[in-house]
Design a protein. Structure first.
Length: 237
């Protein structure tokens, strides 16, 4: 499996440099408050008009990773609006009051929806990681789990994430490495079988959300993840 590079975009102006730099997929968000909330469907449509890349808007309307019946209705409406606007999938994730993956809510939101999707960094808010993995593996359509192995970032969670993948190598195909990913972490992740990588401030000058995505920064990451994925494949072969 070749490497997949996902870039977070905040505006239509981010799309072209992300694609030119070699991104495979764009995560579309609205405001960055509280770890990124849902964009307006019109933003998804604007980005769709500027790129052919796979688009996954975030489905999250408020801080935290819980929801309720009233909001769930709005979230279902958003998912439908995103797909109508040209999205190819979505990114979402919810945790219940027991600190477990909220399978009931996620299943209800995606009932009747036919598209690939990513479980968000909500995954790193669970209390029981092995149970969380078992839960998400049961959800149809899932092709990625955004995780740093820690509620903080990869600097704090990399060792734990690698330990999970040593015990359960098959889970590597779902891991989307996220959480302030650093270049020197990529070889370790690639050797563990990880092939999906998520970038945010790493591809903006100065790491600033006020700066647009930079093509050259995306390209440097593209070259890095491709080289490390190829190296890992040779060693496995």
């Amino acid at each position: 499996m070749s490497a997949l590079l996902e870039v977070r975009v905040l505006s239509a102006q981010d799309a072209a440099p992300a694609e030119a730099g070699g991104a495979d997929r764009l995560e579309v968000v609205g405001v960055l408050d509280d770890g990124a909330l849902s964009p307006e469907p019109r933003l998804v449509a604007q980005i769709r008009s500027r790129t052919s890349l796979h688009l996954r808007p975030v489905v999250r309307l408020r801080p935290g990773y819980s929801t309720d019946g009233g909001e769930a209705t709005r979230l279902r409406g958003l998912i439908s609006a995103y797909l109508d606007a040209g999205a190819d999938g979505v990114t979402l994730g919810f945790v219940n009051g027991l600190g477990a993956v909220d399978v009931e809510v996620v299943s209800a939101l995606l009932d009747g929806v036919v598209c690939p999707w990513t479980f968000s960094r909500a995954f790193d808010a669970v209390l029981d990681v092995p149970a969380a993995w078992r839960a998400v593996m049961s959800l149809p359509g899932l092709d990625g789990v955004r995780t740093a192995g820690s509620a903080r970032d990869l600097e704090h969670g990399l060792d734990d994430l690698l330990a999970v993948l040593r015990d359960e190598p098959a889970r590597a195909r779902l891991v989307v490495a996220d959480g302030a990913l650093l270049p020197d972490q990529v070889p370790w992740l690639a050797r563990a079988g990880v092939r999906q990588f998520h970038l945010e401030g790493q591809v903006r000058p100065g790491g600033s959300a006020r700066a647009y995505v930079d093509e050259s920064l995306v390209r440097s990451w593209r070259l890095l993840v491709d080289a490390q994925a190829a190296s890992a494949a040779r060693h496995r072969g």
